[in-house]
Design a binder for this molecule. Structure first.
Ligand code: TRP
Length: 334
């Protein structure tokens, strides 16, 4: 609890450009949470170097992501928006938690298996202990809730296990976090293969809408989106491509799938795809404009980076000092 509010933590990686899936599935929903929760939203750059990055590129993307958080409507006075690498407590707690995590547990992580297969030439220890760093992120702020996608639930589960194990030995040190299931963000699928999630690391640029895509690009991608063979705009399991487009349309317009079916009754896929493209373009326009303005205001963004790193560090140190004492490190002499 901070000032009587429950604590919420989440983070995104600055690898690849954010997609419509990241926005509709997460970012857009984060905006409404700051009244109810004390929110920490991190740009998790420490996580990013588990795979090789170009340094200049990583720095640029991290800054863009932080700016995007604000452009999407997260008020940086109410939400602690910061770079993970600016708060050394993440790495320090991560080391300690490494000593309370079993190889066998980490071996079971499906994301590790996937990433190890994908980056077979660089299966480094960081990739393996990635979930422990994630546990440190969450536990450092004594988070009560963590909004995460399905693919991260296993990491949240191991976070809870590590915290419970630690608490069982040393007493109530960590808050045990719960997944945030509130108004759950929807899962947007690839435009080229509705069996797959829309991903910022997809090699096929037509599969994803990037948040900075211009209107023409957006409409072109929707025109090329994979659809089904029924030729009717119907929300059903047999038409996963159309269902995905309906989900996107509804998320952008606030309509329901039933209303959407009615609206496009008797019309073909072509008309519908055009409408989805336009709805997405107008959803993203204000965000893009705000981003453009923010990018120009270097001093403002720098100020936020500085203030929020300090704020995050304050809470991080509180937990870290407690943990260090519990495990038996000598107290600091002043
Ligand atoms: N691993 C998460 C992802 O790739 C990002 C992340 C890092 C995170 N630390 C976190 C998410 C803590 C929630 C809480 O999506």
């Amino acid at each position: 609890m901070i000032d009587g509010k429950k604590v919420l933590f989440s983070g995104m990686q600055a690898t690849g450009s954010l997609t419509l899936g990241n926005y509709l599935g997460a970012l857009k929903n984060w905006v409404n949470l700051s009244d109810e929760y004390e929110c920490f939203y991190s740009v998790v750059d420490l996580h990013s170097i588990t795979v090789r990055q170009d340094p200049a590129e990583l720095r640029k993307r991290a800054r863009n992501l932080l700016t995007l958080y604000i452009a999407a409507g997260l008020d940086p006075k109410k939400n602690c928006i910061y770079y993970q690498s600016h708060v050394s407590g993440h790495t320090e707690l991560s080391w300690i938690l490494n000593c309370f995590t079993y190889m066998g547990e980490l071996n079971r992580m499906t994301q590790f298996k996937d990433k190890a297969a994908k980056h077979a030439d660089n299966i480094n220890a960081g990739l393996f202990t990635y979930p422990v760093l994630m546990a440190a992120d969450i536990l450092l702020y004594q988070a009560d809730v963590v909004p995460v996608g399905k693919d991260q639930l296993q990491h949240l589960e191991i976070t809870r296990d590590i915290a419970q194990r630690f608490n069982a030995i040393y007493g109530d040190v960590f808050t045990i976090p719960e997944p945030y299931l509130g108004k759950a963000g929807i899962s947007i699928k690839s435009l080229q293969d509705p069996a797959k999630k829309m991903s910022k690391s997809d090699e096929n640029a037509n599969a994803s809408i990037y948040l900075m895509d211009d209107t023409d690009t957006i409409i072109r991608k929707f025109k090329r989106a994979v659809t089904d063979s029924e030729a009717s705009v119907r929300y059903c399991d047999e038409q996963p491509g159309i269902r995905n487009l309906i989900d996107i349309y509804c998320a952008c317009t606030g309509k329901t799938p039933e209303e959407t079916e009615k609206e496009f009754d008797g019309k073909g896929y072509g008309d519908f795809k055009m409408a989805v493209g336009e709805a997405v373009a107008s959803e993203l326009k204000p965000l893009q404009e705000r981003f453009g303005e923010l990018v120009k205001d270097k001093a403002y963004i720098d100020g936020i980076i500085r203030e929020n790193a300090e704020k995050a560090n304050y809470y991080a140190l509180k937990t870290l000092r407690k943990v260090q004492k519990k495990v038996g490190f000598p107290e600091r002499v002043r």
